[in-house]
Structures are given as C-alpha cells and as structure tokens.
Ligand binder design. Structure first.
Ligand code: 5CA
Ligand code: ZN
Length: 397
C-alpha cells in the first residue's frame, strides 16, 4: 500500500556518526548500523482506531533514528507494516456494525495524514498484512516442512510454531518463563489452549472460522495469518535475512518481537535477526498506558482539528526520553507550544560560528541513545545553532 508524502531533509555541515542505541537483547547501548546501509523495520498500527499520542511517540522515535542515520551518511532502508487483518480489527468492526476493510482503510488514511503532519519521513515500503498473505502462508508451510511448526489435531486447522525449534528463544526479551506466560496471555497469545506442545507456542495460521475472512493457504487450508509471522515475513521479504533495527513500543518486547525473531531465525538460519531491538516507552494518560482497548486516548487528529501545531506535539513528545514510560499532560503540550514559539522567534537570527559547535554537541547527545531531553535544554531560543538542531529533531520552524 502507499505510504504518506515525504519532505526534503536538508544536509547539515560537518561529520556525524551513527547513534548508539539501547538494545533490549543486550540490555545495553551499542553502536548501530555498522556499514553504509542501515535497515529498519518498525511495527506499525493495527488500524481499528485513530492514531493516538502513543503511536505518535513511537513513530517519532524511529524517525529520529532515520534522521541520525542519514545525517551520518548512511543509506536508510525502512519498512513499516499495517496489521490490516487481526482479531481487534474484526472485533471493533463487529461492535460498530462496520465492514472491517472500510474501518481499516479509513484509520490507515488518517494515520498517514497524522504522520505527514508530524513530519515523519515515510518508509520506502508501507506494507499491509493482507497483501502479504501469500508470502506468509509460504513461510508457514516452510516451517511445517522443517518440523518447526505443527497443526493442532482439533479440526480447526490452526498451525502453531514450536518455540523448541528456536535454540535461542528468550534472548530478545530476557524474561523468565512465568512472565512470558503472563504476557503472552495479555498480548494476543493463548498459553491455556489445549493441544499445544508448549504453552508459549504462538499461532502461525488460524484456520477459517464461520463469519471470519479467510484466504487460500494452499496445503494449510483456508485461514488467516498469525501476528508475529506477519512482521517476520514482511521484514525478510524487503530487507533481507537480518536487519539493523527491529522497532516498536516496549509492549512488543514479548511476545511479538521475541516470536518474530524466532520465526525469522528458524526460516533463514541467520541470527540474530536484528542487530538492535529498540523499544519506545509507553505514553500514558492519567496513570494508564494509552491504548485503544482502554479507550483513554488523545488523538493526533483531534489535536490537529483543535488547531494545535503538530510541531508542538512533536516537541512535547521529544521532551521526555524515548525509552521512558511517560505521561502526556496539558503541561507537556504547553511546554512544547512555548518552546516552538521561542524557537520560531529566534530563527530569524543568522547562524554564527557558535552554531557548528552546538550542532556537534547536539549530535553527540542524540547519538547517545537519543538523549532528546538534553538537546532541548541546549537548543535555547538565543542560540542560532538551534536552527540546525531542529533539522535533526525533525521540527519545521
Ligand atoms: N500492529 C501491531 C504491531 S505489528 C501493533 O502493535 N499495533 S498498535 O496499533 O497497537 O501499535 C502501533 C505501534 O505503536 C506499535 O509499535 C506499538 O508498540 C506502539 N504503541 C502502542 N501503544 C503505545 C503507547 N501507549 N505508547 C507508545 N507506543 C505505543
Ligand atoms: Zn509487528
């Protein structure tokens, strides 16, 4: 499917290096993207509701990585998915008496508008689960043929991945098994399901059910894809056997990124699937993670309709560190609006010699696991170098 429209990103003077990024697997920061090309796969939306500030914060985080890699002279290959078929989409469509395809298309269109307004550089490939079904089904058949997957014998046609087939399973999240079991139940898995070899085995292919959409799976029979194999397949098809960054919010550390990595590694034999597993913190409202299922959402489109400048939203979200779970409050927005106004007022001044020194300092901070709070402190209204810094931050004055 089509992504959104991009914009020119100016080249800045001087030299930069690729950022050090915290990797969930290593549990430490490490240099990213060692050679000329940098590859990134970011887990995008399940389009059953509008883009909220949590999605925006996560997309801004990976946009920053994209900008820093470009600033370091790397060619960036960036892929993002849309989970345009999954249980939550069908459930919401059913609740509202709406066609799931129409719902998904409408919310995806709104997401594109929001991304453009927030000045997120578009991915080269923006890919839906539905359009990837033939490739996904092919991978599921390969996993079955390799003995890394099995079909439940309860007549449903459901196919599961055997986590025992992935020798390093658990390396990405570093979680104890009990916690994996709890998270799996909370995040779309089914550890209690009878007939599985291991409670942690994730679904690869859901056999067709009455009233649910289904696609031809060849010898799998009709059905629809599981969630983790969707992302593994899209990334492998467009970026190769291994990637530099696998990204998303920290709600995806387990089971999603653990299982996608396990699928990819068993399919290709190359490990680790991602050089860095990078996770953005959860944006909350009044003490709770902002989520479509909880309904405690602040929508980007609502703020835009209310006349809020998307650059103030971007600055507000950048004022906290990307890895920190943090709250969105009226004060965060107000501070973003005030900072934007100060920067705009200062932008009229010419860039003097001090500008290059500031740019080097900003690069160093952002290169240190995206330390945006430090940068926002320095890029003060009075320093003309802030005009270069804002390019790196993706702010348009
Ligand atoms: N389609 C899947 C990923 S393959 C999905 O998680 N969709 S989502 O719509 O729930 O989330 C889209 C992206 O936003 C994911 O990277 C997710 O981790 C991130 N995200 C969701 N809620 C929040 C939040 N409250 N704060 C920060 N990021 C969030
Ligand atoms: Zn994903």
């Amino acid at each position: 499917m089509d992504a959104w429209t991009g914009h020119d990103v100016p080249t800045l003077p001087g030299a930069a290096v690729a950022p050090r990024l915290f990797d969930s697997a290593r549990r430490a920061p490490a240099p990213s993207a060692p050679d000329g090309v940098a590859t990134m796969y970011v887990c995008g939306i399940t389009p059953y509701d509008a883009t909220h500030l949590g999605h925006a914060a996560t997309m801004i985080t990976f946009d920053l990585i994209n900008r820093l890699w470009r600033d370091a002279g790397l060619e960036v290959r960036y892929v993002q998915n849309v989970t345009d078929i999954d249980d939550p989409l069908l459930e919401r469509a059913e609740r509202d008496g709406e066609d799931w395809i129409v719902l998904g298309m409408r919310e995806t269109a709104l997401f594109r508008e929001d991304m453009e307004a927030l000045r997120i550089i578009p991915p080269q490939h923006y890919v839906g689960a539905v359009e990837s079904i033939p490739a996904i089904a092919g991978h599921v058949r390969e996993l079955l043929a390799a003995g890394a997957a099995y079909t439940l014998d309860d007549g449903t046609g459901d196919v599961y991945f055997a986590v025992s087939a992935a020798p390093s399973f658990g390396y990405e999240s570093n979680l104890p098994r009990e916690q994996m079991t709890v998270l799996s139940a909370e995040r779309g898995g089914d550890p209690e399901r009878a007939g599985k070899r291991d409670p942690l085995d994730p679904l690869l292919w859901r056999g067709a059910r009455d009233g649910e959409p289904a696609w031809d799976g060849g010898e799998l029979g009709p059905g629809r894809p599981g969630w983790h194999i969707e992302c593994a397949t899209i990334a492998l098809g467009l970026l190769g056997d291994t990637i530099d960054v696998q990204g998303g919010g920290n709600d995806l550390i387990y089971p999603h990124h653990e299982c996608s990595a396990a699928h990819a590694e068993v399919l290709t034999g190359a490990a680790p699937f991602a050089g860095h597993y990078v996770h953005a913190g959860m944006i909350g409202l009044a003490g709770e993670k902002m989520s479509k299922s909880k309904g405690n959402l602040v929508f980007v489109s609502r703020l835009r309709a209310d006349g809020v400048d998307p650059m103030a939203v971007r600055l507000g979200l950048l004022s906290g560190h990307y890895r920190a779970d943090r709250e969105w409050t009226d004060d965060v927005l107000k501070a973003g609006q005030e900072r934007l106004a100060r920067w705009r007022a200062a932008a009229a001044a010419p860039i003097g010699p001090s500008g290059e020194g500031l740019l080097a300092a900003v690069r160093e901070s952002l290169g240190n696991d995206l330390d945006t709070p430090a940068v926002l402190c320095w890029a003060s209204s009075s320093d003309p170098g802030s005009r270069w810094s804002v390019v790196l931050l993706g702010i348009k004055l």
